[in-house]
Design a protein around this ligand. Structure first.
Ligand code: HEM
Length: 407
C-alpha cells in the first residue's frame, strides 16, 4: 500500500480543526476510557471474589463493587465513543479499512456488549443483599466478564489491524481470491491486549483507596473494614503493578519488527516512570491518605499516568504510520469550521461541566449524609442550570440544522 493510496482514502472534505486537536483529544479520551474499563473489570472481578466468600468484609466490598461495575460499564461505553470519533477523523484510511475487513466483528461487538451488560444486570437482580444472603448466580457475572473482555479484544484487534496496511490485500484477497465476507479478525497481539487488561489491578487498587476515603468522609464506624480495605488496595497496586510491568515487558520483547524502535524510546520510559510513580504514591503518602483529598489523589494520579501511557501508545501508532508507511496524520487538509469547533468545546466545558458537576455533587452529598438528603439552594440552582443548558443546547442543535436545511 503506497502512501499515495493511503492519502487517497482520506476524506476529501478535510478535517474541521487542526489535526493536533483530534490527536490530543484522542489520547485524553482514550485514557479516560481505559480508566473506566479497568475499574469495570476490576470491580466485577472483586464482586465475584467477594460475593461467595464467608467473610463479611469481602461480601460488603462485593456489594459496593457490583454497583461500581454496573456504572463503570456505562461510563466505559460513553467514553469509548469519544476516542472512536477522534481516531476515525485523523486515521480514517486505516480505521475504516480495518473495520471493513472485519465487518461482522464490528457489528458483533455491539451484540456482545449488550449481552455482557444484560448478564451483569441479571446477576445484579439476583443479588440485592450480598452481605446478608451471600452471592447467587455467579455464572452470570462470569459470563458478563467474558463477554466484556471479548468486546475489548475486538477493539484491540481493530486498532491493531489498522497498523498493517502491508497485510490488507492478503487479508482481503488471500491467495489472490477476493473474500469480502468480513468474518475474520486478522491480527491481534495478546501481550499488548493483556497489558491493558492487567492494568485493571493497580487501577482498581487506586480506586479502592478513593472508596475507602469516601467511607471515612461519611464517618464510617467500622475501622477494621477500613484497615482491611487499605491492605487490599495496596496489594492490588503493588502486585498488579508488577504483573502489568512484566506483561508490558513481554509486549515490548515481541513487538513486530517495524515497531521495535518503541521498546527503547523515551515514550516508553515516560510511561514506565509514570506507572511506577503511582504505585509508589501510597507508600510515600502513608497516613496522609486518611486526610484531605490525598486518598482520592491516588486515583487522580493513576488517571494522569494513563494519559502518559495513552500518549506513548499514540506515538507508537503515529511514528509507525509515518516512518514505515509515509502517512502523516498532521498534514490532513484543514477545512476550518469555527462553529462546530466552538460548539464542541462549549458543549464539553459548559454543558458537560455544569451537568456533571451537579450530578456528582448530588451523588456525593447524598452518599455522605445520614438519613434523608435535601440539597442546598445552591445545588438546586445548579440542577436548574443543567436542565436549562441541556434544553438550550437541544434547541440550538435543531435550530442550526433547520437553518442550514432551509437555506
Ligand atoms: C466494555 C468493554 C470494553 C473493553 C474491555 C475495552 C477495552 C479496550 C482496550 C483494551 C483497548 C486498547 C486496545 C489496544 O490498544 O490494543 C481499547 C481501545 C479502544 N476502545 Fe474499548 N473497550 C470496551 C468497550 C468499548 C466501547 C463500547 C467502545 C466504543 C463505543 C470502545 C472504543 C474504543 C476505542 C475507539 C479504542 C481505540 C482508540 C484508539 O485506537 O485510539 N471500547 N478498548
Amino acid at each position: 500500500m503506497t502512501p499515495e493510496m493511503l492519502y487517497a482514502l482520506r476524506d476529501q472534505a478535510g478535517v474541521p480543526s487542526h489535526p493536533l486537536v483530534f490527536l490530543v483529544l484522542g489520547v485524553l479520551t482514550f485514557a479516560l476510557h481505559m480508566a473506566a474499563v479497568q475499574v469495570m473489570l476490576g470491580a466485577a472481578t472483586l464482586t465475584l471474589r467477594g460475593a461467595f466468600s464467608a467473610s463479611q468484609h469481602w461480601r460488603r466490598l462485593a456489594q459496593a463493587m457490583l454497583v461500581t461495575a454496573k456504572i463503570a460499564v456505562s461510563v466505559a461505553i460513553v467514553i469509548g465513543v469519544a476516542p472512536l470519533l477522534f481516531v476515525q477523523v485523523v486515521y480514517d484510511p486505516f480505521w475504516y479499512t480495518s473495520n471493513v475487513l472485519s465487518a461482522w466483528w464490528v457489528i458483533g461487538f455491539i451484540v456482545l456488549l449488550i449481552l455482557g451488560y444484560i448478564a451483569m444486570y441479571i446477576f445484579y437482580w439476583q443479588n440485592h443483599d450480598i452481605v446478608a444472603d451471600g452471592g447467587k448466580g455467579g455464572v452470570w457475572m462470569v459470563l458478563s466478564l467474558a463477554l466484556l473482555l471479548a468486546v475489548g479484544f475486538i477493539v484491540h484487534s481493530l486498532t491493531n489491524q489498522m497498523l498493517f496496511p502491508e497485510e490488507w490485500m492478503a487479508w482481503y484477497a488471500p491467495q489472490g481470491v477476493v473474500n469480502p465476507a468480513g468474518r475474520e479478525l486478522h491480527y491481534w497481539h495478546l501481550p499488548r491486549f493483556l497489558f491493558f487488561i492487567a492494568l485493571s489491578a493497580p487501577v482498581t487498587g487506586a480506586w479502592l483507596y478513593g472508596y475507602r476515603r469516601y467511607l471515612q468522609g461519611g464517618n464510617e464506624a467500622d475501622a477494621v473494614y477500613l484497615g482491611w480495605l487499605r491492605g487490599l488496595a495496596q496489594q492490588l497496586m503493588v502486585f498488579g503493578g508488577v504483573v502489568s510491568v512484566l506483561v508490558g515487558a513481554v509486549w515490548m520483547a515481541t513487538l513486530p519488527e517495524k515497531m521495535a524502535w518503541f521498546a527503547s524510546s523515551v515514550w516508553l520510559l515516560m510511561a514506565a516512570v509514570a506507572l511506577a510513580a503511582v504505585v509508589a504514591l501510597p507508600l510515600v503518602l502513608r497516613d496522609r491518605i486518611d486526610s484531605g483529598i490525598w486518598g482520592y489523589g491516588i486515583f487522580g494520579a493513576g488517571a494522569v499516568s494513563l494519559i502518559v501511557v495513552g500518549a506513548a501508545r499514540e506515538m507508537l501508532r503515529f511514528v509507525t504510520l509515518l516512518g514505515t508507511h509515509g502517512y502523516n496524520a498532521m498534514d490532513y487538509k484543514i477545512n476550518m469550521d469555527w462553529y462546530s469547533t466552538s460548539l464542541f468545546f462549549t458543549t464539553f466545558g459548559v454543558v458537560g461541566g455544569v451537568t456533571l458537576a451537579y450530578l456528582l455533587t448530588v451523588a456525593w452529598q447524598a452518599g455522605q449524609s445520614k438519613g434523608l438528603y435535601t440539597p442546598s439552594a445552591a445545588v438546586t440552582r445548579m440542577g436548574q442550570w443543567s436542565v436549562g443548558l441541556l434544553v438550550g443546547w437541544t434547541v440550538l442543535y435543531f435550530a442550526v440544522g433547520f437553518f442550514v436545511w432551509a437555506r
